[in-house]
Write a new protein. Structure first.
Length: 238
């Protein structure tokens, strides 16, 4: 017997990348009503804002049930994040490690702002669950991807809006290889192929070179993580 769908309603923080694409598939397999939100924060890899629309179309076509569950897509303007200060995610500068020990692709406050705006939108739309693709098991070291951060943000949203919702991060405790295995469990090899071909992860916005693990420059932190995860998945490590 198929598991009953959750009728709380979910809003997915959806960039068009591997992690958010996986989080969307996860949500579509569990919630009766799903909406998506993307954020334009002046990102250097703005190609993700184009890719995400095609990915949404393909996710709808993948399963008629998903098409019925998937509601409106929203795009919010957060360009103020790039105006605050220059990072390798928002300016054409070399990717390197800062004196604080973090990659300069870290945009301070980005995920926090995503959840605040996403929470406000979920409140208005009557949605009780925010879903993000954050992970602290196999990631670039961003402090706003950690479980403690997400839990604190959830509490702030619940208190600040008297919102009886929650934040779900289904990838938080799994590796990139395991996330590919999760995709396969949800939709088999066809869904793995869809996520591999039609998501975008590369921080440099490179969409020309096609590797076994997808498109990207192959050398930025996001590409390295994705390539390593794909290799582990193919090798059966998940």
């Amino acid at each position: 017997m198929a598991e009953a769908l959750n009728d709380s309603g979910a809003l997915i923080l959806f960039s068009g990348g591997q992690d958010s694409g996986t989080a969307l598939a996860w949500a579509l397999s569990r919630f009766a009503r799903v909406e998506t939100v993307g954020f334009d924060y002046g990102q250097r890899h703005s190609v993700e804002m184009q890719v995400r629309q095609g990915l949404l179309t393909r996710m709808r076509a993948f399963d008629p049930a998903w098409d019925a569950r998937l509601g409106p897509d929203h795009v919010l303007d957060l360009k103020g994040l790039s105006a605050i200060g220059e990072t390798a995610m928002t300016a054409d500068i070399e990717i390197e490690t800062t004196a604080a020990g973090l990659p300069n692709t870290f945009v301070p406050g980005r995920n926090l702002a995503f959840f605040v705006m996403g929470g406000a939108l979920a409140y208005r739309r009557g949605l009780k669950v925010l879903v993000g693709g954050m992970c602290e098991t196999d990631y670039s070291g961003y402090p706003d991807c950690r479980r403690d951060t997400i839990q604190a943000q959830e509490q702030a949203l619940r208190l600040g809006m008297e919102w009886d919702g929650r934040i779900e991060t289904p990838l938080m405790d799994i590796t990139k290889a395991e996330s590919w295995a999760l995709v396969e469990r949800i939709g088999g090899k066809p869904l793995v192929d869809l996520i591999n071909e039609h998501t975008h992860t590369c921080y440099r916005g490179e969409r020309g070179a096609r590797h076994a693990w997808g498109y990207g420059c192959g050398t930025c932190p996001a590409c390295e993580l994705r390539a390593r995860g794909w290799a582990g998945y193919v090798a059966g490590e998940a």
